[in-house]
Design a protein around this ligand. Structure first.
Ligand code: ZN
Length: 239
């Protein structure tokens, strides 16, 4: 019997991270009926382009195009994020509220925006703390064990090299259209570089690794667990 589609909870350090790093996966999941919620941990106020107000509007529009809900939280501010227990506990409180089956966070590779890898560390800690019954700050809600924590890479430099990714096929026309639209919604960020073209090129490369026109790589934090070998029917190497 298939498991029910528990919500997907995606964390981003900046208003465009989730869309650029994993937007196609989001579009694919919402179209499959999964509820998706974004938590954005700054307004991108340290960015070179776009005001916090513009960037908030852009992120809300992008989330809507992907079929996700969105909230903004304040931690230390853009470019000032630090790994602190109180942040991990705050994020754990959100995990307990949303009760996701899947959590997405930026990878913890160091050679990227420092907020990205620090948020990845915080979310990894938060998924752990959300499970622990005795934390007094989290007592208001029942403990919650997330099914899987998966990391997304906002940029090529953020891709972990030491572990194989899970490749998610995002090649259907409507998924690619929703993803592209969500990336283009961040118009303030596209003045200096064509990020949608970069991300679609990455998806094309990942697709070529598994015989699909487009795929997005995600990196699991823990071993993936299946009931049988049946879900592993699709091969990466079919040529
Ligand atoms: Zn970012």
């Amino acid at each position: 019997m298939p498991l029910p589609l528990l919500p997907l909870l995606a964390f981003g350090a900046h208003p465009d991270d989730i869309e650029f790093g994993a937007g196609g996966v989001i579009a694919r999941e919402t179209r499959a009926g999964r509820r998706v919620h974004f938590v954005v941990c700054s307004r991108g106020e340290a960015g070179s382009n776009g005001t916090p107000r513009q960037r908030t509007v852009e992120a809300k529009r992008a989330a809507k195009l992907l079929g996700a809900t969105i909230e903004f939280i304040a931690l230390d501010g853009d470019a000032h994020l630090e790994v602190k227990a109180k942040h991990a506990i705050k994020l754990a409180g959100i995990i307990r509220r949303v009760r996701p089956g899947i959590v997405l966070a930026p990878t913890v590779e160091l050679n990227q925006h420092p907020d990205h890898y620090k948020l990845g560390q915080l979310v990894r800690d938060a998924t752990r703390l959300a499970r622990y019954g005795g934390l007094k700050e989290l007592k208001a809600r029942h403990a919650h064990a997330t099914g899987q924590l998966l990391f997304y890479a906002v940029s090529p430099d953020a891709e972990p090299r030491a572990i194989q990714p899970v490749l998610i096929d995002v090649s259907t026309t409507d998924v690619l259209a929703a993803w592209t639209g969500a990336m283009q919604a961040h118009a303030s960020q596209l003045r200096t570089r064509n990020y949608p073209a970069l991300q679609l090129a990455r998806a094309s490369v990942n697709g070529s690794r598994c015989g699909s026109p487009a795929a997005i790589a995600l990196w699991p934090n823990d071993p993936l667990v299946f009931d049988s070998l049946a879900p592993l029917a699709r091969a990466a190497r079919s040529f």
